[in-house]
Ligand binder design. Structure first.
Ligand SMILES: [Zn+2]
Length: 320
């Protein structure tokens, strides 16, 4: 009953008032936190969505993926009877309809997966266990011939100097962990953006290499396109003057995607002259082109090392 009243109120509201995006172009991508493709139903749904998204926008969405050696995924694979090989095959199929990236979730003790105190989120300092899992995940991509394309998004929106250093060291190019939306905030990211006066939709670079592109909002699960505009406007007022043009992504998990309503929203945005859809390749090439005008943030040098003397191991210089 509550929902019916709410929907009716929205219907009336959006008939009387159509929220609009502000002037200036929004360069918009779509990113998935891909966590449960061991579930056949979710996997099939995601493949179908990526194909439809590409048909509408002419661009590929980005699927940042938890690896087959992530302990939480391993648990799900076991429960769904999906072998290591099957999981890799699904990742490969996904790479045909999207641009793959890496989605990291880390624990201080992998034996305590479901204990929140073991989950590395919020304001955690450098942890040896994180580095081990990060490197194990990258090895999984490499040994299975899967390309993460130098793209990262942090699980639980977790970001830290340790993660940024690992990303730079391993040649990553695009990070999609930062956000100013209340649900997706992380204290380290907030501090960094505040200290460097990074506005909504403004991209910054870490060590002149890693472009950090913000998440705007999640794609909503209601039939009202007006909800998207209203929530975007609300977010844009977080800053007195958002950056222009604005770069960013909207996000979903594979397990909370509302296919029908999200595609309806994408279709409406495609017709909106203030929105231009971007895929990973567009972000990379456009940002690289104007990189001189993008703020660069330096990380603190490791004790005993001069940051300039250590070159990054760039195993992913270009996007495929
Ligand atoms: Zn996640």
């Amino acid at each position: 009953m509550k929902n019916i009243t709410k929907n009716l109120a929205k219907k009336i509201l959006y008939t009387l008032y159509t929220p609009k995006l502000p002037q200036g172009r929004i360069q918009l991508g779509y990113i998935f936190h891909t966590e449960q493709i061991y579930d056949q139903k979710l996997f099939t749904q995601l493949l179908g969505f990526c194909e439809s998204y590409q048909k509408i926008t002419g661009k590929r969405p980005i699927c940042t993926l938890m690896t087959g050696v992530n302990p939480l995924v391993a648990e799900g694979m076991k429960a769904h009877g999906v072998s290591a090989e099957d999981y890799v095959n699904r990742a490969r199929q996904l790479s045909e309809v999207s641009t793959l990236g890496y989605h990291g979730h880390f624990w201080s003790e992998v034996s305590k997966l479901h204990d929140p105190s073991s989950q590395i989120k919020g304001r955690r300092a450098a942890e040896p266990a994180l580095k081990t899992q990060f490197e194990k995940d990258l090895q999984w991509f490499k040994s299975n011939g899967l390309n993460h394309n130098g793209i990262y998004s942090g699980g639980w929106w977790f970001m830290s100097e340790q993660v940024q250093k690992l990303l730079v060291q391993h040649g990553f190019l695009l990070d999609f962990t930062f956000s100013k939306a209340p649900y997706f905030r992380n204290p380290y990211s907030q501090d960094l953006m505040q200290k460097n006066q990074i506005r909504i939709g403004e991209v910054c670079r870490i060590e002149e290499q890693l472009f950090c592109i913000q998440n705007f909002i999640g794609c909503h699960t209601t039939p009202f396109i007006g909800d998207f505009y209203r929530n975007m406007r609300k977010l844009l007022t977080e800053d007195e003057q958002p950056n222009s043009p604005i770069h960013g992504v909207v996000n979903s998990h594979d397990y909370d995607l509302d296919v029908v309503n999200t595609l309806k929203c994408i279709e409406a945005l495609k017709k909106d002259p203030s929105v231009e859809f971007y895929d990973a390749q567009d972000f990379q090439s456009q940002l690289a082109r104007k990189s001189k005008s993008i703020k660069s943030v330096s990380l603190s040098p490791d004790p005993g090392k001069h940051s300039k003397s250590v070159g990054p191991q760039r195993d992913h210089q270009t996007l495929e």
